[in-house]
Design a protein around this ligand. Structure first.
Ligand SMILES: *Cc1c(COP(=O)(O)O)cnc(C)c1O
Length: 222
């Protein structure tokens, strides 16, 4: 019941065109099914094994997003079914997704992960590296992977102003890249920012996908 109530409450706050990815990592399949019965279809996981196992056991009309660091040798496990890989942090990974997408006759949507947090250990391209990536244009030559936008994780901090600044920066960067390199089409359209503690600020900065775990499912063990 609580899960359905949480979903209803959050959905009522979402502007048109913004999607809610329910981050189900460390939560049971029955918790996911509670959200599913309430009409939710978009779920996200950050570990390959857990994602594959949940995909195998749960209804096939669920749209799965991968949001955690992905090793190239694991891409083949996701390629048959994943909807969006949000955590692409290297050209090498992108080219492997292209290869595996080809093997399965698919074009896989991905987001480029941008490192916006102050913590050094987080993954992703810097703004400069991402700019070089788009300027280089090699990504556009891949037939089986499509760069559909950007993803970012803000600093883990109580400083709301810092988080807001990070979201505003990636929001500006996203719109600039879209105008400069994707002016002719709507394929570059997703900005995935915002988690349970900070999604209001992400929405203000132009988020199109928010990724919420604890706000929907409650606390998780890790
Ligand atoms: C766990 C996770 C989330 C969701 O976190 P909550 O604080 O529970 O909403 C969102 N994005 C990523 C990349 C995560 O790993």
């Amino acid at each position: 019941m609580a899960i359905a109530d949480n979903l209803r409450k959050i959905r009522s706050l979402l502007p048109d065109g913004v999607r809610l990815a329910a981050v189900s990592k460390f939560h049971s399949e029955s918790a996911i099914m509670e959200a599913y019965e309430a009409g939710h279809r978009l779920f996200a996981e950050n570990r390959v094994q857990e994602l594959v196992s949940k995909y195998q056991h749960l209804p096939k009309d669920i749209e799965w997003h991968m949001i955690g660091h992905l090793q190239t040798n694991k891409v083949r496990l996701l390629a048959p079914f994943v909807s969006v890989i949000e955590s692409v942090d290297s050209l090498r990974l992108l080219s492997e997704i292209d290869r595996e997408g080809g093997r399965h006759g698919r074009c896989i949507d991905v987001l480029l992960q941008i490192h916006i947090a102050k913590e050094k250990h987080k993954f992703g391209f810097s703004f400069d590296e991402a700019e070089a990536f788009f300027a280089d244009g090699l990504f556009a030559s891949f037939d089986h992977v499509r760069v559909a936008g950007l993803m970012g994780v803000a600093s883990l901090t109580e400083e709301r102003d810092l988080i807001r600044t990070e979201f505003v920066s990636i929001g500006r960067f996203f719109r600039r890249i879209r105008e400069k390199y994707f002016a002719d089409g709507g394929t570059f359209r997703e900005l995935s920012i915002g988690m349970s503690g900070d999604y209001e600020m992400a929405l203000e900065a132009g988020s199109t996908i928010i990724r919420l775990g604890s706000a929907i499912f409650g606390d998780r063990r890790r």
